[in-house]
Design a protein around this ligand. Sequence first.
Ligand SMILES: N[C@@H](CCC(=O)N[C@@H](CS)C(=O)NCC(=O)O)C(=O)O
Length: 203
Amino acid sequence: MRLYHSPTSPFVRKVMVLLHETGQLSQVSLIAAVGTPVDAGSMPLAQNPLGKIPALERDDGPALYDSRVICRYLDGLAGAGLYPEAPRLWDSLTLEATADGMLEAAVLMVYETRLRPEDKQFAPWVDGQWAKIDRALDALESRWIDHLGGALDIGQIAIGCALGYLDFRHSARDWRARRPDLAAWEAGFSGRASMLATQPPAA
Ligand SMILES: N[C@@H](CCC(=O)N[C@@H](CS)C(=O)NCC(=O)O)C(=O)O
């Protein structure tokens, strides 16, 4: 299998962490891909018409995207059980959706400041994206700590990658303030071998 990859993409990181955790790294070759919504660059447009990474090429079927689909596929291949039985499954998937929503907002904030000319940037829009992340962080602190402390699942992997991306791109926002339990969970989770091996390069 071939994974279109960038070391700075938090969505790619979800897939990489899952590959580490399920012992499948040797099954996948990494293909570097770079691009943005305004310049597709080397993004895998033939594999993913949305022009986004990650995308996973398989020998026996069409390429898979997005990170949620790829993670579930790879978990199934390994029989790893990172998607528990219902009803816990619904919590795991909601946690993953929360992490992905945080990441989408966080990536859009980066695009707004990096890709849009300064005179066209719209601060209320950026603030609105951060407000989504801020509410999600509050929900994690108040409602999800028990789940995060349970057996490893896709929800934890996704949240670990989302918090890592906030540290990577939005550290000045100090997400840990007012969230001691989430900060303590992250301190432990970020020490896993899979998380250490997939840290983004220094910004
Ligand atoms: N929902 C997608 C999001 C993927 C995504 O937004 N990836 C970014 C890199 S972090 C990307 O490819 N951006 C290029 C673009 O939007 O054109 C997933 O989970 O895979």
